[in-house]
Design a protein around this ligand. Structure first.
Ligand code: GLY
Length: 602
């Protein structure tokens, strides 16, 4: 373990910003809390292996998990375990991701699954090439730009749009998994679903997070028969620790496993998805079997920026994630964050206003660039970022932030978008025994998506990531709905390279705050020397649109300083789900203490 005296001293200075931190205090306190945490976890995971319990203990003690050969970090121990078995048996990260996602769709159904979409980054150890795959949902062909408007042209209320068939886009996750596994897998497809099928048939313990979200969402889940029967059996919400079976999901997985993913996109499964959407009581949508039949995964160019001698690479449009994280880091690379440190209000002024500048450009310019030109090069151009960086030269919060004018290759004058994103989603990081690295963020959008359930899985509400308005003041909005278009995302699966080799695999859920969570964790790791567990556990400060969202537990002196600089500060919970792997002389994994996941490796 690379943990010297110097690092120990440094971690003491980070105590105020780090929850579950590796401080002397926390290490002492861990002795007191670990037994209780462990006994809770043994109740929840009665059959957990010693290595899972060791990973949970490491997380509770604020320590990274260390390994030599391979590692997975994801949002649920059962999902991680399923992937670990595949890696242990010589599978690649592209094999393991199928097993991990199949189990996540069962045990964390509110966040991701077969009915959603995802973005995947793959670093190939043999070729040294980084590939990004877009498995984002698409808007059905029968949709019109005024999908989420009243007859009077006013935007619908958010949950009126979300719950039901209107918001459901053509799922991309099954096709994405199949494409990644076809390109880079080594194991037979049919063997990758075993754990998920067994858990769905025999049952799994409902996690506290799932139980609390079901209780909170009771009324919306109650609207649809199949959904209510599963999440609210006999009318009562599922309880933590209760064993839950999902035979319909087992049957769906068995069919996909035996017949290949084509069966999801044509035939009975596709027909059932379309029927469920088109007949949703109160809010029918337009998704048709043809939309599923023509769905395609798209390979996109990675979006990379240089930062502190590294290349930080992410997903390009239709995600705004790679571009916004890239712009934030590109704006900050001329500032000495390392010298300032994580407790300096000046660090947070720079990070907060860099983020606001990135969000202003995101709101104006970023959408599906198969439908309109996005100025990707212009937004990351060094000259442009140096110009924008001049705005950060003062001492106080910027009073106002507007989009810049990156070099653009056409004359359209877009208006700012008003899409709303709520935090749900899940992130998986994997490094396999061959040295390949995979970073995938996966979602059904809102918690429980559209609330429509088909054959044991939930359908997404991803279309509400489009702007509800099509125009503002007579100018078009880039992220407006169009048939076949993919809604803009904030998902930011990221791989950081040094000299062409991966050194950090990271990503998070969290709606549009994903961008801030990922950028902050990268800064914490690269500028402030935190290990991956410290970096993912560190308390969050996120500024997107002016208000500084500050996680409970940040010191009063820091929040007061931010207020004195002119920020509105809003304290609260900030539910990231960062999962990260650092690759150095060994592998170090970090799992977000705000969620239920672990890192596991050998
Ligand atoms: N629906 C979450 C995202 O794509 O950003």
């Amino acid at each position: 373990m690379r943990r010297g005296v110097e690092k120990g001293l440094r971690s003491l200075t980070l105590a105020a910003l780090t929850c579950w931190s590796v401080t002397a205090h926390a290490q002492q306190a861990a002795d007191a809390v670990a037994p209780e945490a462990e006994s809770d976890l043994s109740v929840l995971w009665p059959n957990a292996s010693e290595d899972i319990l060791a990973s949970l203990r490491a997380k509770a003690n604020g320590l990274p998990v260390e390994a030599q050969d391979w590692m997975i970090a994801a949002a649920n121990p059962l999902a991680v375990q399923a992937g670990a078995k595949i890696l242990q048996n010589g599978g690649t990260a592209a094999d393991a991701i199928v097993a991990v996602q199949a189990v996540l769709g069962l045990v964390e159904p509110q966040s991701s699954g077969l009915g959603g979409g995802a973005f995947l980054l793959w670093y190939d150890a043999k070729t040294g090439k980084l590939t990004t795959l877009d498995g984002r949902e698409t808007a059905p062909l029968a949709l019109t730009p005024r999908l989420f408007q009243t007859d009077a042209g006013e935007p619908l209320k958010f949950f009126d749009a979300v719950v039901g068939g209107l918001s459901v886009g053509t799922p991309g996750t099954p096709a994405l998994l199949a494409e990644a596994q076809r390109r880079w897998g080594k194991r037979p497809w049919v063997g990758l679903f075993g754990d998920a099928i067994r858990l769905a048939e025999d049952g799994f313990p409902v996690s506290p997070r799932l139980a609390s979200l079901v209780a909170r969402d009771h009324d919306r889940l109650a609207r649809f028969e199949e959904t209510a029967a599963y999440f609210l059996p006999a009318g009562a919400p599922l309880e933590a620790g209760q064993v839950l079976r999902n035979p319909a999901y087992a049957e769906t997985l068995r069919t996909i496993s035996d017949q290949g993913v084509g069966v999801f996109y044509s035939g009975d499964i596709a027909a059932d998805i379309a029927t469920s959407v088109q007949t949703a009581p109160g809010n029918p949508g337009k998704l048709a079997p043809l939309d599923l039949a023509i769905y395609r995964v798209v390979e996109r160019d990675p979006v990379c920026v240089s930062y502190r001698g590294h290349d930080v690479c992410g997903m390009g449009p239709p995600s705004s994630g790679g571009l916004a994280v890239g712009q934030i880091l590109g704006l900050l690379r001329h500032s000495d964050l390392s010298g300032l440190g994580p407790e300096s209000p000046e660090s947070w002024r720079l990070i907060g206003d860099a983020s606001r500048l990135a969000f202003a450009d995101r709101g104006r310019y970023v959408a599906d660039n198969d439908f309109l030109p996005v100025p990707v090069k212009g937004m990351l151009d060094d000259g442009y970022l140096i110009d924008r960086n001049k705005l950060l030269g003062g001492d106080d919060a910027l009073p106002e932030v507007a989009p810049g004018t990156p070099a653009f290759d056409h004359a359209l004058n877009w208006a700012d978008d008003d899409a709303i994103e709520f935090p749900s989603t899940s992130h998986i990081s994997i490094v396999d025994g061959y040295g390949n690295a995979l970073s995938m963020t996966t979602t059904i959008e809102n918690a429980f998506g559209s609330r429509l359930m088909v054959r044991g899985f939930l359908l997404n509400n991803e279309l509400t990531d489009f702007s509800f308005r099509t125009h503002r003041d007579g100018r078009p909005i880039a992220n407006a709905v169009a048939p076949g278009k993919r809604p803009r995302s904030s998902m930011a699966p990221t791989i950081v390279l040094k000299d062409g080799k991966p050194v950090l695999v990271i990503g998070s859920p969290g709606g549009s705050r994903i961008i801030g969570y990922v950028a902050q964790a990268i800064i914490a790791h690269l500028d402030w020397g935190m290990d991956v567990q410290q970096a993912v556990a560190m308390r969050h400060l996120v500024n997107r649109f002016g208000t500084y969202d500050v996680e409970d537990g940040i010191t009063a002196s820091l929040t007061t300083s931010l207020e004195q600089m002119g920020y509105d500060v809003k304290l609260g919970t900030l539910n990231s789900g960062l999962h990260a792997i650092a690759i150095g002389t060994n592998l170090q994994g970090g799992a977000d203490p705000r969620r239920e996941g672990i890192a596991l490796g050998r």
